[in-house]
Design a protein around this ligand. Structure first.
Ligand code: NIG
Ligand code: FE
Length: 386
């Protein structure tokens, strides 16, 4: 059954060969979906016939957001920590242990219900592909059940047993566990492995040991890198051929050069700087050096409790001096590249029919009208899901 989507004031394909400018914009556009995939894109006056029709009613259409970094398997609340930060305290990665205690104490049903609520919330804001990390279990049993539950929501699951050393554990023993028995138990449910490589979490040697072991299990690699200060994380990500180095807030020239000459995407998480009152990453320096950039939510109960990709677009534009097309590309194809996916993030013949219809005439309004719920409808695999 084919579907013609017409009445599109502005179609953002995210493929410059299909339309105007870097985001490949087609005005007065239409799109045909068949078998869950995009079958045709072009101007409405040249659209082929289809079995069914849906009108975008003069709204803009763009690819579903690809949120390549989120921590959604958790229980508990850290709003008091946020309030203390807004009253002047600084962000402490040790707050992760508060969520670990609440997560371990929660039933599977509670973790599943929490994840479902956040996934639905993200979908309503146009996120159609979402990565989900473990990292609040930090025991073999709790990390593997976190990933088992994450797997119910997405194929993009990430083992983050090396988030912090849990309270009471010996650091060297914990690295051995995270690279050994815990990894063995988690690998069947994970596509990716990630390590928080930062002072106070895991140093380069520990991170390398865990990530190398994970690669032997066939997992792809990602690294939480250079969030709280300069350090070895970004260069380790490049050395190991990781798909993504995430945060990239404090970078040396050598870090930027390493990223520029690699296939590792720099995933910027501006919601974290917003929610921790830290300086934003220098997106212009990265883009001007030729680094591939993604933006993602990092939705988690500590450093950034929002699942809103439209907010990330607005922050990227306002606070990181990205142009609107750059921010839209970073939230779609950029995220897809960070997950090494070519089937999502663009609306081109053959790609998955994952898209949002906005209550606005152009995608520019995502940054122009921050905080306004502009996503009117969402299609995933060609099905209307919102
Ligand atoms: O990406 N930096 C490490 N992990 C999360 C924060 C987790 C937390 O504070 O609970 C992040 O910011
Ligand atoms: Fe994170």
């Amino acid at each position: 059954m084919s579907l013609l989507l017409d009445g599109i004031a502005e179609l953002t394909t995210c493929d410059p060969s299909l339309g105007e400018g870097p985001t490949g914009v087609v005005r007065d556009a239409a799109l045909v979906i068949d078998g869950g995939k995009v079958a045709w894109v072009g101007t409405a006056d040249s659209a082929p016939a289809a079995d069914e029709r849906l009108s975008a009613e003069g709204g803009a259409v763009l690819p579903g957001f690809v949120d390549s970094h989120a921590h959604l398997i958790f229980a508990g609340d850290r709003s008091a920590e946020f309030a203390a930060r807004m009253a002047g305290e600084s962000y402490q990665a040790g707050g992760i242990r508060t969520t670990v205690a609440a997560t371990r104490a929660a039933t599977d049903e509670t973790l599943r219900a929490n994840a479902a609520r956040h996934v639905a919330e993200a979908l309503r804001q146009g996120t159609t592909t979402l990565e989900i990390k473990s990292g609040y279990g930090l025991s073999t049993v709790d990390e593997s059940r976190s990933l088992r539950i994450a797997r119910e929501f997405t194929a993009e699951t990430t083992y983050l047993g090396a988030h912090v050393v849990p309270a009471g554990a010996d650091p060297a023993d914990y690295v051995a566990l995270a690279a050994g028995e815990m990894l063995d138990a988690c690998a069947p449910y994970a596509k990716w492995a990630d390590v928080f490589c930062e002072r106070g979490a895991f140093d380069a040697d520990a991170a390398r040991a865990i990530l190398t072991a994970a690669a032997k299990h066939g997992l792809g690699l990602r690294v939480h890198a250079n969030q709280l200060g300069e350090g070895p994380g970004v260069r380790l990500a490049v050395e190991l051929g990781a798909a993504s180095a995430d945060h990239c807030t404090f970078l040396s020239d050598a870090d930027v050069d390493a990223l520029a000459s690699s296939s590792t995407v720099a995933t910027l998480l501006p919601g974290v700087e917003f929610s921790t009152r830290q300086p934003y990453p220098d997106a212009r320096r990265l883009i001007d050096a030729g680094v591939s950039v993604a933006i993602a939510s990092d939705c988690n109960p500590g450093s950034c409790y929002t699942s809103s990709m439209p907010l990330m677009v607005a922050l990227a534009v306002r606070e990181m001096r990205m142009t609107v097309p750059e921010a839209i590309l970073a939230a779609t194809v950029g995220g897809a590249k960070a997950l090494r996916r070519t089937d999502v993030g663009r609306l081109v013949p053959g790609s998955r029919a994952d898209l949002s219809i906005l209550d606005a005439p152009s995608a520019l309004h995502l940054a122009y009208r921050p905080g306004v719920p502009l996503v009117r409808r969402v299609l995933r695999g060609g099905e209307v899901v919102v």
